[in-house]
Design a protein around this ligand. Structure first.
Ligand SMILES: NC(=O)C1=CN([C@@H]2O[C@H](COP(=O)(O)OP(=O)(O)OC[C@H]3O[C@@H](n4cnc5c(N)ncnc54)[C@H](OP(=O)(O)O)[C@@H]3O)[C@@H](O)[C@H]2O)C=CC1
Ligand SMILES: O=C1O[C@H](COP(=O)(O)O)[C@@H](O)[C@H](O)[C@H]1O
Length: 508
């Protein structure tokens, strides 16, 4: 029997021919590191529309050669594979660049003239344009306005992809949404949260709703606590100026981790249509009250192991109390989840790179077993995608003891030939197809901000003195206060003697 999910695959428009993808902010870091590599990945695998053209736009004046050099600087070809080299040359041949300001109508009229020149070669009048904002939020509104006024086609589809940050709190996000809506409809707008494009985040829907056994245990009766963890082994290093304005909660918790939480906890959607999914996400998010101070732990990394502290970064304001680590516990007041703590934790400069969901089930009733390990379902989002269930089994041999072990679905081993797409590849393809399922709807954004705005205002000292984050050494698991914080919500760490036999995943 086929394992395909027809309604997920066919609920959106097909790719349109006669499409131009315009990358605004083409000289920047995001474009170079994420957007162009994703476009190239799609191009090389034949997923872009036929005869697609890619146009970069930014203020920097660059000739064609310089632009091509920048746009392809992050395309990977470690073994100098001639097939990839050839694809890069083809990619360059469909890529052009226009320089201009972000706030002047004439500059966008010039961009439009360039787009029309490309379109004049089409066999039909149909012309479709996808505009990708790889831009700082300060120019979102003028760019949205100028594109709508100067570069909007009437004989095809227009779409905009917008990157976070979408505001800094409930009020500023509402203001930004309102301004953008003056020019672009909700249907034309694709708000990216790139975690929604990650394979294991997309997998959550299938794991939950295509497995009756998991579905049956998915509530307060069986689950004790849930942790959603994001760990990076490097600090802000040179990006401190940007980071300090936002902090860890805005950078990762309010968007990426909350998106994961909403898919993990929503009710089953009526269908896989974008609106049915997003209706359910909004419904569960609305059942979450604002995060309380008592449910929050903030940290900031300090120099250790030869690595600099956050405050040693020249781009960070002296004496900053910006958190580089945050753990917050959220509660969902609905019949399924009442009383279950959802701990969202994220930090920079920690001991490892890891993003995972860890669902810890309740203890088995005491009696024949005493103090045995709890079941845990771990969904490893990155690196090395995996789903594993920590279970108890009889110790092999002439024993009657239970021992913790695992049922392990490590992707590299089980699907060794599969290529897991980059999040941005998956999302750009969705936007080209007009599928909104994995993009953030306006009301989702509003409710996400409502959960975090009070705590963010408290952190910023809007209601008194700013709280001081607790220090943690660069390269550690986080503040020493973390383990008691998590234990407070009922998490029990399994016996430290548990050893997973595979140590080198890279070797798989
Ligand atoms: N397919 C796969 O990839 C599989 C991998 N494994 C591997 O087996 C090992 C054990 O797995 P598992 O039990 O799930 O994970 P870990 O033992 O790594 O972590 C379990 C939990 O305990 C916390 N923890 C980690 N170290 C400490 C510590 N020193 N003191 C207190 N708490 C700590 C972790 O928090 P935090 O992360 O926040 O530090 C996490 O919440 C891991 O290396 C795992 O990657 C096991 C099964 C399958
Ligand atoms: O949005 C952001 O995400 C990245 C982490 O993304 P990942 O795909 O590498 O997990 C994070 O480093 C950055 O600070 C944040 O703004």
């Amino acid at each position: 029997m086929s394992g395909s999910i027809p309604s997920m695959e066919s609920s959106h428009d097909a790719l349109k021919d006669n499409t131009i993808i315009v990358v605004l902010g083409a000289s920047g870091d995001l474009a170079k590191k994420k957007t162009f590599p994703a476009l190239f990945g799609l191009f090389r695998q034949g997923f872009l529309p036929r005869d697609v053209k890619i146009v970069g736009y930014a203020r920097t004046k660059m000739d064609k050669a310089e632009y091509h050099k920048r746009a392809t600087s992050y395309l990977k070809n470690p073994n100098d594979d001639p097939e990839i080299t050839q694809a890069v040359e083809k990619f360059k041949s469909i890529s052009t660049y226009v320089s201009g300001s972000y706030d002047e109508g004439e500059a966008f009229a010039a961009l439009n003239a360039h787009l029309e020149e490309i379109e004049s070669h089409y066999a039909s009048k149909e012309a479709n344009r996808l505009f990708y904002f790889a831009l700082p939020p300060s120019v979102f509104v003028p760019v949205a306005k100028n594109l709508r006024e100067q570069c909007y086609v009437t004989t095809g589809i227009n779409r905009v992809i917008v990157e976070k940050p979408f505001g800094k709190d409930t009020a500023s996000a509402a203001e930004l949404l309102k301004s953008l809506k003056e020019y672009w409809t909700e249907d034309e707008t694709f708000r990216i949260d790139h975690y929604l494009g990650k394979e294991m985040v997309k997998n959550l829907l299938v794991l939950r709703f295509a497995n009756i056994a998991l579905g049956a245990a998915w509530d307060k009766n069986y689950i004790s606590n849930v942790q959603i963890t994001f760990k990076e082994p490097f600090g802000t290093e040179g990006r401190g100026g940007y980071f300090d304005e936002f902090g860890m909660i805005r950078d990762v918790l309010q968007n990426h981790l909350l998106q994961v939480l909403s898919i993990l906890t929503m009710e089953r959607p009526v269908s896989f249509s974008a609106e049915d999914i997003r209706d359910e996400k909004v419904k569960v998010l609305r059942a979450i009250p604002p995060v309380a101070k008592e449910d929050t732990l903030l940290g900031q990394y300090v120099a250790a192991n030869g690595k600099p502290g956050y405050l040693d970064d020249d781009t960070v304001p002296p004496g900053s109390v910006c958190p580089t680590f945050a753990a917050t516990t959220l509660w969902i007041h609905n019949p399924r989840w009442e009383g279950v703590p959802f701990i969202l934790k994220a930090g920079k400069a920690l001991n490892e790179a890891k993003v995972e969901v860890r669902i810890q089930f309740k203890d088995v009733t005491q009696g024949i077993f005493k103090d045995i390990a709890r079941n845990e379902l771990v969904i490893r989002i990155q690196p090395s995608e995996a789903v594993y269930m920590k279970i108890n089994a009889k110790t092999p041999g002439l024993y009657t003891r239970a021992m913790p072990t695992e049922m392990d679905l490590t992707y590299k081993r089980r699907f060794s030939d599969a290529k897991i797409p980059e999040a941005y590849e998956a999302l750009i393809l969705d936007a080209l197809k007009g599928d909104h399922s994995n993009f953030v709807r306006h009301d989702e954004l509003d409710v996400a901000w409502k959960i975090f705005t009070p705590i963010l205002h408290w952190i910023e000292g809007k209601s008194g003195q700013r709280p001081r984050p607790v220090p943690y050494p660069y390269g550690s698991r986080g503040p020493k206060e973390l383990d008691p914080f998590i234990q407070k919500y009922g998490f029990k760490r399994a016996d430290a003697s548990y050893v997973w036999p595979v140590t080198n995943l890279a070797s798989l």
